[in-house]
Design a protein around this ligand. Structure first.
Ligand code: 4AD
Ligand code: MG
Length: 433
């Protein structure tokens, strides 16, 4: 039989032919002395298959050998059956076992650590395959968002000679006789790229040696970044809002079934897809925290997770917070000319406790100020001479931001831990498989 003779389970349920050929894996099996019930799983869905002893004793004997995750091909008659898990059942007329699986190491009620140890097997679970399909939508939406707005895709090196987001989270790697660092951001190279291409974007692997064991940090994650010439802070925050809203809309358009499998609150996502998102200044965020929630956050301190969560919960939609204290911001985030204590930067905070999903800024054109700030961080400004040279040859105002792909997938799927938003997570303590 050729490929075209097989339908996916989803195709079979929607086309409803009389007879079907399916192939997949045993998701569940139950045996009585009259019937073998197999719930067959493929990449699209699950369906119950029944093998009757009285109708076909030979097939019945064969089916009795099937174990969880065995691979097989079945042919049979498709019937509506309210009692079956997805409303349909296949009365099996032929069955080919491709491989009888050994006892599957994952059974019900396993510890999270066992599931991470068996990640190579666990990604086929209904939960993780639903997450991976939503991740596929999120990634596709980001490409579509930027490409449809005339942004060029532009690549930067992953081996980089210096830090850009703080030395504390750098991964150092041996590079022939020398050392280099794994990319913490695409941004510095993107600031060169805009002089060639104007508006650019990228999505790529990003590395941070995060020592924190939070549910929101990975050591290797994917960041989707944009950079544009002639753009100021206010303009770039509007793009970030549109991008977030577009991602939510695309997930709702393509992944209702997966959202249901994950028991995600779809009404909330619909609300995010239809709402406007507010922009507030850091100082206004402090007013809300301190006056309305009686917290005690002094001006000058970065917002902690609980404070970010409170702000997003206050508005019940993603919120843009701008003008964080210059002192605690990266060297490339410029002081505002109205109040140099405030930087022309922003974060986007997602509601429901998911917090920061985007960080970005207008970019500094003040070379001396940047050199001083790098020095204060223990860096040698000499290593950034190519970056500063960009300010010498037709410098223009420009801005950009980076969106954490796993942070957004985590939020879309309603996941407790960011590790479940990527197929094979890497953290300080999780290196395998
Ligand atoms: O706020 P960050 O550090 O910003 C930058 O790196 C800028 N250079 C981006 C730019 O302007 N082009 O990181 C951006 C986003 C964060 O908001 C967060 O969503 C995600 O990247 N992120 C992480 N996601 C998972 N694990 C980590 N360890 C992360 N660190 C940052
Ligand atoms: Mg940040």
């Amino acid at each position: 039989m050729t490929e075209s003779n097989y339908l996916t389970i989803e195709e079979a349920i929607s086309k409803k032919p009389q007879t079907v050929n399916l192939r997949g894996w045993v998701y569940r099996e139950r045996k009585s002395n009259k019937f073998v019930f197999i719930v067959l799983r493929d990449e699209s869905d699950i369906i119950q298959c029944v093998i009757s002893k009285s109708k076909n004793p030979e097939l019945f004997e064969k089916a009795e050998k099937l174990t969880i995750e065995s691979s097989l091909k079945v042919s049979g008659e498709l019937k509506k059956d309210e009692r079956a898990p997805t409303g349909y059942e296949v009365a099996v007329t032929d069955l080919e076992i491709v491989q009888v699986a050994e006892p599957f190491p994952i059974t019900e009620h396993q510890s999270p650590e066992l599931l991470y140890d068996n990640r190579h097997l666990w990604i086929r679970s209904r939960k993780l395959s639903a997450v991976l399909k939503i991740r596929h939508t999120v990634v596709g939406a980001i490409h579509e968002f930027f490409r449809s707005r005339g942004y060029y895709e532009f690549d930067a090196p992953i081996f980089q000679p210096s830090q850009s987001e703080g030395g504390a989270t750098l991964f150092e790697v041996k590079y022939f006789e020398d050392k280099m660092y794994l990319s913490q951001t695409w941004q510095l190279y993107a600031e060169a790229g805009i002089f060639a291409l104007g508006k650019i974007y990228n999505m790529g692997p990003t590395f941070r040696a995060e020592r924190s064991k939070t549910s929101r940090h990975l050591a290797e994650f994917w960041m989707a970044e944009m950079e544009a010439a002639w753009m100021n802070l206010e303009e770039v925050t509007e793009i970030a809002k549109d991008e977030i809203r577009f991602i939510v809309q695309e997930v709702l358009k393509h992944n209702r079934k997966e959202l249901e499998i994950l028991e995600r609150d779809i009404k909330l996502l619909e609300h995010y897809a239809e709402s406007k998102y507010p922009t507030i200044k850091y100082s206004e965020a402090l007013d809300i925290l301190n006056n309305e929630y009686h917290m005690d956050v002094p001006w000058g301190k970065d917002l902690r997770t609980i404070e970010e969560a409170k702000i997003a919960e206050h508005f019940k939609v993603p919120v843009i917070v701008t003008h964080y204290p210059t002192e605690i911001m990266g060297f490339y985030k410029p002081p505002s000319s109205e109040n140099p204590k405030e930087a022309l930067c922003f974060d986007a905070l997602a509601p429901e406790g998911y917090c920061e999903i985007i960080g970005g800024s207008q970019r500094s054109l003040l070379v001396e100020d940047m050199k001083k700030r790098l020095e204060a961080d223990g860096e040698d400004p000499e290593n950034y001479s190519w970056y500063f040279a960009l300010r010498q040859y037709g410098s223009v105002p420009h801005s950009g931001y980076g969106l954490g792909v796993e942070r957004v997938v985590q939020w879309m799927c309603g996941l407790d831990n960011i590790k479940d938003a990527i197929p094979f997570p890497r953290t300080m303590i999780r290196k395998t498989p």
